[in-house]
Design a protein. Sequence first.
Length: 211
Amino acid sequence: MSKKIVIVNAGPRLGWNTDTLLKNAAQGAEEAGAEVQRFDLFRLERYTGCISCFGCKKEKFKGRCICRDGLTPVLDAIRESDGVIIGSPNYLGDLTASFRALYERLIFQNLTYNRETPCCNERPVPVLLFMTSNAGDTAYRDVLENYCGTLSRFVGPAKYFVSGDTLQLKDYSKTDWPWTLFDAARKQKRHEEVFPQECEKARALGAELAK
């Protein structure tokens, strides 16, 4: 029986860095025989982060977020999957607000506040977290290690992959004012030479998760 891998895009820009990495990861998973289901958080029905209703702390709902909104099918799919790949760009030093909403809902539903058994998740789901950023690859390592540590405790074993110093625009010269913070030629060169290698790595990671 083939594995089921869930892909979650927490970025808004289709066809760009995060989306491209996720498509390569999905391709790798499919080539390894997995069934892939994808969600784009910016295109779902309205949803929120955790609303602190504590419904998931009741025995009959243990491990399930009872808030019904656009994230419900995503949470349900992840719960039944064999692995999840989540991708997000870095905005202002952290992952997107859409990622945070999913992250809160994923974690809190399994948090028991019980010292002896802090997590009620009986079926760990491995997590692969992609982050794209116009900063360097190591700039936000602490942020990612913190996310992966918490995901590992409450969802399943997690690891991350970073694509840094990404190309943000096809033509930096067409902005309304000069983006002098960036070296457009160097970013373009990296996008042409390094980003394809990162896409191949994403493809390999997707295949690895599916095996």
